[in-house]
Design a protein. Structure first.
Length: 479
């Protein structure tokens, strides 16, 4: 097992060495098409010596401001003069102090006001990074400029305090974060996710999220200007000093993660006309007014509320698609605007199904309607709760309207004259909306017996003379 670990370790080391060799491989390219020129001769001179002890004496001479293809460049061979007509080749610059020299070039020149003094101070510090030791120079302000550059170099050692942190924003909300390290003021904008607005002020950054922002967004800034990010190239010649337009490989990027809470929620509240909650009602939601491409179907719970989450902050259309039996379905399409990070409520009220009942009063023997007004019936719910009393009209019909869905029965309360009161229970149910249930109740007529006696007005029951009292016939008429 140990032997296997050592083998893996050796392979890893060889692989890393191989990759580093490829990355640092110098590929000579002829520089005929590159433009190397001197911009200005700055009247500062110097003396010193290199790490190998060789003397550098440029006293009484000048420091050349160098440009390569229009970009500022610096000398990396202080003991030779620049010959812009020389034949240069270019390669990746691989000095052991390259990273420090790149940082000095950026901090000294690109972060400065770019005066002649800034250029010379940067050039001197690059030479010192290479090991040059000055014995004298004519630049009286070098010490102060060097201090400034060293302070700016410290920026490469830090990132803003909010680097890689995450902040949460509601849609439409703004938050300001502050860099307690004090370096963010030197950073410039790189990129941001769509739907975000950023505003930088010194070491403060304000971020605002809109509804178009993704849930997981990012904001990026970097300290090194994008034009200065890249690989440093050495322009070398046997007939001239070597020069490098320094680039910084690491842009020193800072990333702020933004979690955008962009969705809203909807409570669909279902009530009946009495204000009571109605469970088991289904609603369909859509972002389209014709209810196409529905978001889903949501059912009210025992509290009469159906809850829909993760809705886009826009208008949502609501349609009732089914309702419990006692109620009338209301398919009217309603709408409500979803607000991000809030729960809005849509309320729909349903009416009970209602119907009517008509009770006709019939003669039991003839089956004909007893056209007599004022005959009354009590209407009861199935649980014996009295709903009301109705009376027949002149056509012999009693009507009660707008009875809610449910089971009922009727009992005759008063009977018409000449008829017996019925104790029959008339059962009926309201199950459909706006339907009239027709019922009837037949009554038996009251019957009696008539006896007629014929009397003589003088003798009473005894006839006089030839007269007789029996055998008389009479005709009866109904009144």
């Amino acid at each position: 097992m140990l032997k296997l670990k050592n083998t893996i370790k050796r392979i890893s080391i060889l692989t890393c060495t191989f990759l580093m060799a490829i990355m640092n491989m110098s590929l000579p390219v002829h520089a005929e098409d590159d433009n190397i020129r001197i911009g200005k001769e700055i009247p500062y001179s110097y003396k010193g010596y290199n790490p190998d002890g060789s003397v550098v004496d440029a006293w009484g001479e000048t420091v050349s401001k160098i440009f390569v293809n229009g970009e500022i460049a610096f000398c990396v061979q202080p003991n030779k003069k620049l010959n812009i007509d020389a034949n240069f080749t270019k390669n990746h610059y691989t000095n052991e102090h390259r990273e420090l020299m790149e940082n000095i070039a950026y901090a000294g020149w690109h972060m400065s006001k770019k005066t002649d003094d800034d250029y010379v101070a940067t050039q001197f510090m690059i030479w010192e990074a290479m090991g040059l030791i000055f014995t004298s120079n004519s630049f009286d302000g070098y010490s102060a400029k060097k201090t400034e550059i060293i302070e700016r170099l410290q920026l490469f050692e830090k990132l803003p305090s909010f680097d890689k942190t995450s902040i949460t924003l509601n849609v439409g909300e703004s938050k300001t974060i502050t860099d307690t390290e004090g370096v963010f003021e030197n950073y410039e904008f790189t990129s941001k996710s769509d739907g975000l607005t950023v505003k930088k002020s010194g070491n403060k950054l304000t971020v605002t999220a809109s509804a178009n922002a993704p849930e997981n967004a990012k904001v990026k800034y970097q300290m090194v200007k994008q034009a200065c990010v890249g690989t440093s190239i050495l322009y070398a010649s046997d007939d001239s000093q070597n020069v490098v337009p320094f680039k910084v490989p690491d842009p020193h990027e800072t990333v702020i993660n933004i979690k955008v809470q962009k969705y809203g929620s909807l409570d669909i509240k279902k009530l009946n006309e009495d204000g009571d909650e109605v469970p088991n009602t289904k609603f369909k939601l859509s972002y389209n007014s014709d209810m196409s491409d529905p978001i889903g179907t949501f059912t009210t719970e025992d509290n009469g509320i159906a809850h829909a989450t993760k809705l886009n902050p826009q208008k949502v259309y609501v349609q009732e698609v089914s309702v419990p039996a006692p109620y009338v379905l209301d398919p009217t399409i309603g709408s409500i605007t979803i607000e991000p990070n809030k729960t809005v409520t849509f309320t729909r009220t349903n009416n009970f199904k209602t119907g009517n009942v008509e009770i006709k009063k019939l003669d039991k023997q003839s089956g004909k309607v007893v056209k007599k007004s004022g005959v009354t019936f009590d209407i009861f719910k199935a649980d014996d709760t009295l709903v009301g009393t109705i009376a027949t009209n002149n056509d012999g019909i009693a009507t009660m309207r707008n009875l809610r869905y449910g089971n009922y029965y009727a009992l005759e309360k008063t009977n018409p004259p000449k008829y017996f009161l019925s104790d029959e229970r008339i059962n009926f149910a309201i199950t459909e909306n706006d339907v009239t249930i027709q019922k009837s109740l037949s009554n038996n007529q009251k019957k009696g017996k008539i006896e007629l006696e014929k009397h003589d007005p003088e003798t009473g029951t005894r006839p006089q003379g030839d007269g007789v009292l029996d055998g008389a016939q009479y005709t009866l008429y109904a009144k």
